[in-house]
Design a binder for this molecule. Sequence first.
Ligand SMILES: Cc1cc2nc3c(=O)[nH]c(=O)nc-3n(C[C@H](O)[C@H](O)[C@H](O)COP(=O)(O)OP(=O)(O)OC[C@H]3O[C@@H](n4cnc5c(N)ncnc54)[C@H](O)[C@@H]3O)c2cc1C
Length: 383
Amino acid sequence: MDTNRTILIAGGGIGGLTLGVALRRAGFSVRIFERAAALRPAGAGITMQTNAILAFRTIGLDSAVAAAGHVMQRGAILDWRGHTLGTMLVSEMAQELGAPMIAIHRARLQEVLQEALGPEPLTLGIKVVGFREEAEGVCARLSDGTEVRGELLVGADGLRSTVRAQLLNDGEPRYAGYTSWRGVCEVPGLADASSTAETWGQGLRFGIVPLGQGRTYWFATANLPAGGIDAPDAHGELLSRFSGWHEPIRALIENTPAAAIVRTDIHDRPPVQRWARGRVALLGDAAHPMTPNMGQGGGQAVEDAVVLARCLATEKELPAALSRYEALRVPRANGFVSQSRRLGQIGQWENAVACWARDRLFQLVPERGMRANLRRVLTFTSI
Ligand SMILES: Cc1cc2nc3c(=O)[nH]c(=O)nc-3n(C[C@H](O)[C@H](O)[C@H](O)COP(=O)(O)OP(=O)(O)OC[C@H]3O[C@@H](n4cnc5c(N)ncnc54)[C@H](O)[C@@H]3O)c2cc1C
């Protein structure tokens, strides 16, 4: 495609910023509109798994992301007493595939992406409110009443995407039945700074992810109706839910200021096969929001971004570029939506007998099967 044409992006999250960097590096002109007045991601960590780092490598960003984060060596699933139910061979697989798995504070990741993008393409405090196709391009309508024109509009505007609403008109996301809490804190002397762990209980889970330099990211889930709030603060609620669970769960909750604990209801959407029509395309959570059970939502947004930029750079015509983007990305990302949903349903089981059987079965999964699944998840093949 003619790289002199401008690509418009709604949303400056992980997906929108990565797409901006990838397109600029391919020679395109880019304009990103972000509704927030300042990019302040949730005070939480995120894992950028090997596939995301391999995708970042295609645009020269892997080293910067890895340097700003913390390498994860091992992953384990535990029961509430802290007994191991299963382990993941993270470092072995990272070595085999040639890129590490990284845990990073969301604010640091955002900084790395923004620095790589440069200041010019990003406009903060402006929302994309709609679009109109024209003979020569697409016109995006903005919240300040102005309009901008480009060759293509990409909706990278997250779970409740405005661009998706106009493009697909498929209603609200679906609630998964559980909510989450996230925090980052320092706990002196935390034993193993290179292992992540997720502890499974009855309708409850707790995850621990070291971020390096003494900081730890944690998350918790519980089966609750959507739209709840913690009153008067999250500490009491979390301490009573996870009372008696293995350390350092209590210490992590207590050491996180209540005001810094982020609560998010978990949603996804049933997968769809079309993410693009005419001069409008979707990417990341706008295209395929998934529950966080596989830690892949952000990684899939990064994969989308580098693949879409490559399709636009290598195909002569826009329709061919967008069809190729869909063909390359829809099956893989949609697969994660379904797999994450199933995993979350099992992880949130409440029945004591079912949970007991689940935990025993976990211990019986053959290593070869685990390894093959992990290899498939973590492999990113660039085009
Ligand atoms: C509890 C939890 C844990 C998670 N853990 C992980 C993990 O470990 N690893 C992982 O890979 N993923 C994880 N995820 C998923 C990950 O956070 C998302 O998949 C990822 O942030 C999606 O990126 P995105 O850029 O598509 O959307 P978002 O990050 O949602 O960004 C969208 C941006 O668009 C802006 N916006 C919205 N509407 C408009 C508009 N109309 N105009 C302009 N701007 C707009 C928003 O302000 C936002 O900045 C987790 C999610 C949750 C909830």
